[in-house]
Design a protein around this ligand. Structure first.
Ligand code: ZN
Length: 174
């Protein structure tokens, strides 16, 4: 997918959920369309004009709140590719699961105490962990999957990335 400039927050969450989502804030409509065509991506937009462009696959996002937007996109797009648990909210790279011992030097002590599993981005060298936002979005995702016709419920693991950190290498949520 390719999210337009109004959907940066949604893009970050779709990455967390494992969807390959490009987000480049400074692209013109023309550039977005060209990129989407070249890479076979679905454009996520709140721009009616862009959504009506010919030659690209577009999903016009109606919802105003993040949770509703996630719900809308998942209902339309379906499950993320298998094998990808989560992607980096910053750079879209696939995250790897790491043990608490490996994350220890890089996250605050209170985070380490409260979480069992962490994810690491090999590209940005950032660490991610699950936070309260994650739990809420996860339950949204589960509701969407449960209600989809013919689709098996997909359990999104608890150990997704999250949690704001003032600086350094911790993962932060929008
Ligand atoms: Zn990254």
């Amino acid at each position: 997918m390719l999210a337009d400039s109004m959907l940066g927050r949604l893009a970050r969450w779709l990455r967390f959920l494992g969807y390959d989502t490009l987000y480049i804030s400074m692209l013109s409509d023309h550039q977005i369309a060209a990129r989407a065509r070249a890479e076979g991506r679905i454009v996520l937009t709140r721009d009616q004009e862009l959504s009506r462009r010919r030659g690209i696959r577009c999903l016009y996002v109606h919802a105003d709140t993040l949770e509703e937007q996630v719900r809308e996109v998942l209902a339309a797009i379906g499950d993320p590719p298998p094998g990808v648990e989560s992607r980096c909210s910053e750079c879209n790279s696939v995250l790897t699961s790491v043990a608490p011992e490996q994350a220890r030097p890089h996250v605050p002590a209170y985070v380490l105490a409260a979480h069992r599993q962490f994810h690491h981005c090999p590209e940005c060298d950032k660490y991610f962990w699950a936070g309260s936002h994650w739990t809420r979005i996860r339950s949204t995702v589960e509701r969407v999957m449960e209600h989809r016709d013919g689709g098996a419920a997909r359990t999104v693991p608890m150990d997704g990335p999250s949690g704001p950190k003032p600086s350094g290498k911790g993962g932060s949520l929008p």
